[in-house]
Design a protein around this ligand. Structure first.
Ligand code: BG6
Length: 484
């Protein structure tokens, strides 16, 4: 199969950090179809050779095991071309059309990794240049808008040019191997399904913690914040994966229909819940891995009086038969105590105790997304130290480390998603109605914050966020997994 991948934003941050390394990994693994071409698009006046050198230099920042050697890079570089474009100029699309016409490939992927303000323009111009035929696929990077109205406007503009089955909306969390394994755990095994419900599960916690701050993206982050950047998309997609009903088959729409139902079942926000069940924070200075780091307000591009949240913790419920009354907690933030993304499923304790065990101890399933990738099942057992008192139980952990089990050469999120686009598989991409439903659900929070004079609570960098997040969960009689 032959393909052309046109990368709008070909000299942007995402291309350097994620897309080129992922394409190279697919090339190295032999999964990228051999008859392919990657066309970087940018405003700079670069020859193909200069573009290749820039990419070569950027690969030096990639972790060692994923860096190409000279021979590999030379072969990979043969796929790379560059077209200079001003994305608002029709004549530039005509040049792109000529470049594409020179090679009649089976598939043309238009990957729009630009500022979202350009999405509509790019689609309209592709249409005018007759670059939207049946073999074209369009990939849109988040953020797709900053609220429901702007999200709808983008989706409508894109759908005027492309049909839904040509549109690949990326949420790279869906490409993470751990998320594939969550689907496998739930729908490829019968073991957990009878337990996967309100009768057996006390609460579910989704944590996406980052050690990094906003890095070079202060200006972007100022108008975005953690709710839009992480909760509206990544965290809610994880919540769907953990809470959805088994789909009728593995086709994209069957999966998306079930995810959509979860989003539609999220408990609507009452005023009291907006005050008590949503905590926002912002990092102050502190220490990460032994080094002092700046407060968010001192980062480049950030307003010194900024009210933007870098942390969110919230409690919600999925109002349906399976989950009624089970709290789902979502927590995400920058400059937290560690890089740690995981979903913790806390089962209910035994209904009657015949052993001595600490009050509140119960089984727990941890789905580790990163940096570890695997499952932990926490069970109660009698250990060696219990010889003298056989009535005492202590928790033990069963570990399934997928990196060890399947090797470190596993397919990364972007690698997987890029290959899926080239092959036309939509399962791991987000449909417009899912996106809109997610925006509809977060909007009351954004509205509430606009009128809330309190602003985000400060937390020291290197901690788990404001203590109010612990108080919120404690009100239900629970605690975050690292606290108990
Ligand atoms: C992106 C956010 O979508 O996800 C970033 O815009 C965040 O702010 C990143 O750092 C986290 O992705 P990962 O894969 O490193 O957890």
């Amino acid at each position: 199969m032959s393909f052309d991948l046109v990368l709008f934003g070909g000299t942007g941050d995402l291309a350097w950090r994620k897309l080129m390394p992922a394409l190279f990994q697919a090339f190295r693994h032999g999964t990228l179809p051999a008859d392919g071409r990657i066309i970087g698009i940018g405003r700079d006046d670069l020859s193909a050779e200069q573009y290749r050198s820039l990419i070569r230099a950027r690969f030096d920042k990639v972790e060692l095991a994923k860096r190409p050697n000279e021979e590999e890079f030379t072969r990979f570089a043969a796929l790379l071309e560059f077209v200079r474009m001003d994305l608002t100029r029709p004549a530039d699309y005509a040049r792109l059309a000529a470049t594409l016409a020179a090679r009649q490939t089976d598939t043309v992927v238009m990957y729009v990794a630009t500022a979202p303000a350009l999405f509509t323009t790019v689609c309209e111009q592709l249409d005018k240049a007759a670059l939207n035929n049946a073999k074209t696929r369009i990939v849109l990077e988040k953020p797709l808008g900053h609220d429901l109205a702007s999200n709808r406007a983008i989706n409508e503009a894109v759908r005027r040019v492309f049909s839904e089955k040509q549109i690949f909306r990326i949420d790279h969390y869906l490409g993470k191997p751990a998320v594939q394994n969550l689907f496998a755990l739930r729908f490829g095994n019968a073991l957990f399904e009878p337990l996967w419900r309100r009768e057996h599960i006390a609460n579910i916690q989704i944590t996406i913690a980052e050690e990094l701050g906003v890095e070079q993206r202060g200006a972007f982050y100022e108008t975005t914040g953690a709710l839009r950047d992480m909760v509206q998309n990544h965290a809610l997609q994880l919540l769907c994966a953990i809470g959805m009903e088994p789909p009728i088959n593995s086709h994209a729409d069957a999966i998306r229909d079930e995810k959509l139902k979860v989003l539609r079942s999220l408990k609507p926000w009452a005023t009291e819940a907006l005050t008590q069940d949503v905590i926002r924070g912002q990092y102050a200075s502190g220490t990460i891995a032994g080094s002092a780091v700046n407060a968010y307000r001192d980062e480049t591009g950030v307003n010194p009086g900024s009210q933007t949240e870098t942390f969110v913790a919230l409690r919600t419920e999925i109002s349906n038969w399976r989950w009624a009354g089970v709290p789902f907690y979502i927590r995400t933030g920058k400059r937290l105590a560690g890089r740690d993304a995981r979903i913790v499923v806390n089962f209910r304790p035994t209904p009657h105790a015949i052993f001595n065990s600490q009050i509140g101890m119960a089984n727990r399933l941890v789905i580790n997304l990163q940096p570890k990738d695997g499952l932990e099942l926490h069970l109660m057992a009698q250990g060696q130290s219990n010889r003298r008192n056989s009535q005492t139980l202590s928790p033990v952990q069963l570990d399934l480390d997928f990196d060890k089990r399947f090797g470190s050469e596993r397919v990364g999120a972007y690698e997987r998603l890029l290959l899926d686009v080239i092959d036309g598989r939509l399962n791991l991409f987000v449909r417009s109605d899912e996106q809109e439903e997610a925006w509809r659900w977060v909007e009351p929070i954004l509205e509430h914050w606009k009128n809330d004079p309190q602003g985000p609570r400060l937390y020291a960098a290197g901690t788990w966020g404001p203590s109010a997040a612990s108080a919120m969960i404690a009100r239900d009689g629970f605690c975050w997994a690292e606290e108990c």
